[in-house]
Design a protein around this ligand. Structure first.
Ligand code: DAH
Length: 339
């Protein structure tokens, strides 16, 4: 058979090929080391000179044409295979099938914390964090609580070996980290876990959660503090809830205030949860003390700021009418399923 006839024959076989392997087999049969067209090319030297030229051109043309046909056929088959796969394969992303256990849900502490943080974010606060293992400097000293100051007694501290480090007793050291690493204007909230060496009861736990807040700029006033915290409480509990700012004392703020809300359980009439006062204390706050600014090398003449710290568990309890904090840590599914 001459090269043209071989090319025609190979073309028919290519058209019949259905897989890349079948195409490859056709290619080998004609263009491989012992392929039919290769054989013609190999035998050219034994032909008389005038025949050799014509047969050579014909065989080379057949080789080039067949190589191109093989490429085209391969491309067609591959795209047909891909199209077939795309049409037939569906990825089932439904979680029930991928994960054969019933899905859990976020813990009410986490849900509440996220909700509170997102309110602050909507007011322009960024979210920061800080280490749970702290030094004396961050937890106390930089917050204007010097060694031997009685204010340390109120924070039953877990010290680590050698007294060089401790478990943070509040998220306020997060303020110090924030100011050490950023320059004003600054609006930041720092949610996290804190530790106190306390016996667990209905309203206390040795591990609990706080959200710290800090705003620093050239003209921050107590009105900004009141406005921000009032808006926050109204967003969380509804705008009809009453709140009051009560003078207080914290070493790292001056003046300081605590915020009470009208008891969410009894509506202010007086009950067990509010100890018959009609009010619930929800957070501590104040204007950042100049000594704190000095500790982080902020210009206390130029800048003012407000800070606040709130206990997340208390909010969870007031929002859902839970009167025993221990329920939040027992992981009783009957209890958790309600959220
Ligand atoms: N760190 C205080 C505590 O754990 C709460 C607090 C009060 C934080 C006043 C503040 C603040 O930032 O200004 O009791």
């Amino acid at each position: 058979m001459n090269a043209d006839a071989l090319l025609k024959e190979a073309g028919d076989k290519l058209a019949a090929a259905r897989t890349p392997e079948e195409v490859e087999a056709v290619k080998v049969a004609y263009l491989g080391r012992k392929g039919a067209i290769t054989e013609i090319l190999k035998g050219l030297s034994s032909l008389p000179i005038d025949e050799r030229k014509i047969a050579g051109q014909q065989a080379n043309a057949a080789r080039v044409a067949l190589e191109a046909d093989v490429e085209v056929r391969l491309r067609d088959i591959n795209s047909a295979v891909l199209a077939g796969k795309l049409a037939s394969e569906k990825i089932d992303t439904s979680p029930q099938l991928a994960f054969p256990f019933p899905l859990g849900s976020r813990h009410p502490i986490r849900q509440t914390m996220d909700e509170m943080v997102s309110i602050f974010r909507s007011l322009g606060f960024v979210v920061g964090d800080g280490p749970e293992i702290e030094t004396d400097w961050y937890n106390f000293e930089a917050l204007n609580i010097p060694a031997n100051h009685p204010a340390r007694d109120t924070q039953d501290t877990f010290y680590l070996e050698g007294y060089k480090q401790l478990l943070r007793t509040h998220t306020s050291p997060g303020q110090v980290h924030a100011m050490e690493t950023r320059q004003p204007p600054l609006k930041i909230v720092i949610p996290g876990r804190v530790y106190r060496n306390e016996a667990t009861d209905a309203t206390h736990s040795a591990i609990f959660h706080q959200i710290e807040g800090l705003a620093v700029d050239t003209n921050i006033t107590f009105a900004d503090l009141k406005g921000t915290l009032t808006l926050f409480i109204h967003r969380l509990f509804g705008s009809s809830v009453k709140l009051r700012f009560r003078p207080s004392h914290f070493q790292f703020t001056e003046p300081s205030a605590e915020v009470d809300i009208q008891c969410t359980i009894c509506g202010g009439k007086g009950c067990r949860v509010c100890k018959n006062s009609g009010w619930l204390e929800v957070l501590g706050s104040g204007m950042v003390h100049p000594n704190v600014f000095k500790a982080v090398k902020y210009d206390a003449e130029k800048y003012t700021g407000f800070a606040f710290g709130l206990g997340v568990e208390r909010f969870v309890m007031f929002m859902y009418g839970i009167d025993d904090m221990r329920l939040l840590y027992e992981n009783n599914l009957q209890f958790l399923k309600q959220f």
